[in-house]
Design a protein around this ligand. Structure first.
Ligand code: TYM
Length: 330
């Protein structure tokens, strides 16, 4: 059975981008594949979070994952820092990664610009750790959103390079995966770009009805089309993309028709969209709040996940050490 893996940094709550970019595909795959889902707490250290914040975020994200329908009896859910084998594989991959290629990664270049006082080595070698996360389980498919494409390209490169350097065919090249036929990018409703926690434009699964409505009603629009079947400018296209994802097809078609015939009233469309987002989030929100009350259950889930993930990771590492030429009695 093929292995599927996905992960998230615990730097805030789960938002609609995370859900439709990665979690939804994962939930659908958990019954057909050997699935691993992990919370990337080592990755979050690049911003030097307070220990208390890490503890809380990890717990919250775990509850949110479960509330989305990830079944801990089927999939292995674990916290990255519980599986130290990943750190050893990261070390090996760092030896095969070159400064030039790491410096060219767009998200690294963005960080150099946005946080010049904290350009740490962890940021530079982020793609090596992400590759280690994936190949430690020899995953073949990785549900991720469009924003992870370059990191995925690097993961494939590092898997390939390891095989080439040691003359083995050990690591599969992991493919990005999405429930739709193309990579998903959930837009923000603030005019342009993607939805994201650092972009400050996210609608969170835990947001209540009032908050959702407030966020959607603030979405950027224009004065409306002036000719039939006009191309939609980005802020409007974003609103439609969101509606296509959370609303019924008939609702989407209705507003699309109004747009194409220049009769659209964005206020009505936003009201409908807010309602549909709330309909989608409400049951998940309820489950999150329930799960957060049950600390014992969350702890049990992460212990079980850590055990299963470590078992598989240590098998890989035993092989890797032997391939590299180290003692393999690990
Ligand atoms: P992170 O924590 O930023 O996001 C988690 C997942 O959510 C997806 N995502 C989106 N998809 C579509 N539209 C959006 N607006 C949107 N915003 C976020 C991301 O693509 C991602 O799939 N580097 C990763 C975490 C990671 C990882 C891994 C993922 C570390 N190691 C190994 C997969 C495999 C990250 O920062 O995701």
């Amino acid at each position: 059975m093929e292995t599927v893996l996905s992960g998230i940094r615990p730097t805030g709550n789960l938002h609609l981008g995370n859900y439709f970019g990665a979690v939804k595909s994962f939930v659908q795959m958990q019954y057909e594949y050997n699935c691993y889902f992990f919370i990337a707490d080592w990755h979050s250290l690049t911003t030097h979070p307070h220990p208390e914040n890490i503890r809380n975020s990890v717990k919250t994200i775990l509850a949110e994952y479960l509330a989305c329908g990830i079944d801990p009896e089927k999939a292995t859910i674990y916290v990255q820092s519980d599986v130290r084998e990943v750190a050893e594989l990261y070390l090996y991959l760092n030896m095969n990664a070159y400064l030039g290629e790491l410096e060219r990664v767009t998200s690294f270049k963005d960080k150099v610009r946005s946080q010049p006082d904290n350009v740490n080595a962890g940021l530079l070698t982020y793609p090596c750790l992400m590759a280690a996360d994936i190949i430690i389980h020899r995953a073949a498919k990785v549900p991720v959103g469009k924003d992870q494409e370059q990191n995925m390209e690097m993961a494939r490169k590092f898997a390939r390079r390891f095989n080439q350097i040691y003359g083995v065919d050990y690591f599969p090249e992991p493919a990005s995966y999405s429930f739709s036929d193309k990579a998903v990018k959930i837009p923000g409703l603030d005019g342009s770009g993607k939805m994201g926690k650092s972009e400050g434009n996210a609608i969170y699964l835990i947001d209540d009805e009032k908050t959702i409505k407030k966020k959607v009603m603030r979405a950027v629009t224009d004065s409306g089309p002036t000719e039939p079947n006009a191309e939609k400018p980005e802020p409007i296209a974003n609103l439609f993309t969101m509606m296509e994802i959370v609303s019924d097809k008939s609702t989407y078609d209705h507003f699309n028709e109004l747009y194409n015939t220049c009769q659209i009233r964005y206020g009505d469309m936003k009201k409908q969209l807010a309602e549909d987002i709330n309909l989608f989030c409400a049951p998940i929100r309820e489950r999150i709040l329930e799960l957060l009350k049950d600390e014992e259950h969350l702890q049990k889930v992460s212990l079980l996940g850590a055990e299963k993930a470590r078992e598989n990771a240590s098998k890989t590492l035993r092989d890797v050490r032997e391939i590299i030429g180290f003692k393999s009695d690990y």
